[in-house]
Design a protein around this ligand. Sequence first.
Ligand SMILES: Cc1ncc(COP(=O)(O)O)c(C=O)c1O
Length: 442
Amino acid sequence: MALDRQPTRPNDLRAFWMPFTANRQFKSAPRMFVAADGMYYTTSDGRQVLDGTAGLWCCNAGHRRPRIVQAIQEQAEELDYAPAFQMGHPKAFELANRLVDIAPEGMEHVFFTNSGSEAVETALKIAIAWHRARGDAGRTRLIGRERGYHGVNFGGISVGGIVNNRRVFGALLNGVDHLPHTHLPENAWSRGQPEHGAHLADELERIAALHGPETIAACIVEPVAGSTGVLIPPKGYLERLREICTRHGILLIFDEVITGFGRLGAPFATQALGVMPDMITCAKGLTNGVIPMGAVLTTPAVHDAFMQGPEHLIELFHGYTYSGNPIASAAGIATLETYAEDGLFERAAELAPYWEDAVHSLKGRRHVIDIRNMGLIGAVELEPIAGAPTQRAFAAFLAAYEKGVLIRTTGDIIAMSPPLIIEKAQIDHLIGTLGEVLDALD
Ligand SMILES: Cc1ncc(COP(=O)(O)O)c(C=O)c1O
């Protein structure tokens, strides 16, 4: 019957329920991208828009990179799909090895997922199962952090700390506690890591004392919290968290979904910040955002605890139909090659001081109450309109888009995370346009 229907209705926007979008606002004034190349999107009305956000923090090598496009095309021709369970294909193994090559020393195993959210669920499940595998089945409690974002699945929103992502979804995971966020007013206008707040990690000590450390499986944090408005870890904070986790036998998970793949001028934040977790979750830049893929990286200590018992038995009852999908794996390999060929992680490190000066040059513009940055991440926080939070930043987003610049907003914070290929002149254009937008805002 479906074949008898009208073939397409391209201008009918009703059917697609858009994610994390003001659907009615969007559908009354749609903003459509129809093509992308390098640093620019093309809109449906033929305008070029400078990508100040690497899509959603994912297109770190910029758009339409030939090597990635070709790898996907060739892989689709050669092996489109292979079962992920009890069967393998070479590209998934190759990508895992290449990831280990650039990962912090000591991260030696990779579990593939299809998104950051799934990487988080996977890491949380591995953490609980790991303790059990070692005879410590009482360790089931998970610790997250206020203002943390770990994707949208039940585990992720349970350890996450964004009220709107949690409050309408009923019962979340039991046995979850939260550290306080690290965003302190005295750190306003910080360049790079702020001075104050290392002591906030001691809250983990308090939570451990409250519940008994022998009940806690893992603590998950973003090294730099992105989605809640770019919260940079205070100096010494992550080090202290590591020390407390180690002392109490708690696994430390870094959610590197946005900080992975060069954003801070090193492959992972773990290397940029010099603090080693027990597991890393990543996604986004893993395939340059082109094909959905995520991963959990683990140490041998985590992985090897599962490799026990009769060899014909499955060790971990977890996985996805598309774990290590051939086309995603091919895209991942080509992406890592592109990063290496163009020296993009080093480039991000070199550009970071210029970026920092540019972002902080917005101090003094209308409504700006804080600016912060790290690597190629920058945030400009605006004074909210009384009684109408988020409205001012959303107006800035719309105005910037009209002026040909893509930024991202969360609450009243403007977050920017351009592709690592951005040129200095494009940084000037991005920041200059944003300055004009801010000056014109109500
Ligand atoms: C730190 C972090 N974790 C997890 C996720 C979820 O990733 P995905 O949207 O691919 O599920 C995100 C997405 O922005 C993220 O920033």
